[in-house]
Design a protein around this ligand. Structure first.
Ligand SMILES: [Zn+2]
Length: 254
């Protein structure tokens, strides 16, 4: 890899993105050499989050994950949520998919994060063609445009294996994979000693259903970005670093 570690910046605090519209986005520092505006696509469990971390460490963009927004809002409680978020959480508690217009509204509330001088990496959004079209409008309001849509690819069997090995720390929320980085003591977080657990979402039967849902909505999104000349497809490698080498090359070329 040709990245220069001295060019990396500390992971910016994206608490604003998580907290909601009323918090000003005021990240310090000169920002990255270039503010990349990127969406990360690919099936659940393909390793988007890890790639996002590596991109942030190398290029300094601000990682914005809708999954993290929702988890954060659930932890904070309904009464602290915006009306759109409150409605979205009710849908989620019913086990329903959050409708496009609500997801778009929740992203739009964070317009300031999208125009951040650090640039952004969107993870978990857009999930549908209609969300992708709405994102174009939101970015126009923010006075910016997308540089690239990066799609990470792996086959379903591989993904089911990867996700089934995933465990999350109850205390520090760290995610590990039993196959890639098993904890020193079974069931215990190496970082903080907290208890590791398997999220319901990560159980094989649930993953199978998530993949079916994913494939149904992903193709139109990929077609949308392909037609705009923004799509870059990256087959995942054997390790996150293998994949990042490819990602790194793609980003330097956009
Ligand atoms: Zn922990």
């Amino acid at each position: 890899m040709s990245s220069n570690p001295s060019a990396s910046r500390p992971n910016p605090d994206h608490a604003t993105w998580l907290k909601g519209p009323e918090y000003p986005c005021d990240l310090p520092g000169p920002g990255p050499r270039r503010p990349w505006h990127i969406v990360l696509l690919g099936p659940p469990g393909v390793g988007k989050g890890t790639q996002a971390d590596l991109i942030v460490q190398t290029f300094g963009a601000c990682q914005l994950s809708t999954g993290e927004i929702f988890r954060n809002a659930i932890a904070a409680g309904l009464d602290r949520a915006s009306p759109a978020m409150r409605q979205a959480l009710v849908e989620m508690q019913r086990g329903a998919l959050v409708p496009d217009d609500l997801v778009v509204e929740i992203v739009r509330e964070r317009l300031r994060c999208l125009s951040c001088t650090q640039g952004f990496l969107l993870d978990g959004f857009p999930r549908t063609r209609s969300q992708a079209e709405a994102l174009d409008g939101i970015l126009a309001e923010a006075g910016t445009t997308l540089d690239a849509a990066v799609n990470f690819m792996a086959n379903d069997a591989e993904i089911i294996t990867r996700i089934s090995g995933r465990r999350v720390c109850r205390a520090c929320k760290a995610t590990i994979n039993l196959d890639i980085s098993p904890p020193r003591i079974a069931g215990v977080c190496d970082k903080c000693g907290g208890a590791l657990f398997q999220r319901d979402d990560d159980k094989p039967e649930v993953v199978r259903n998530r993949l079916v849902a994913y494939h149904a909505t992903a193709k139109p999104v990929l077609d949308f970005y392909r037609s705009k000349g923004l799509l870059h497809e990256i087959p995942v490698g054997n390790t996150p670093l293998d994949t990042f080498e490819k990602t790194h090359k793609v980003l330097l070329a956009v």
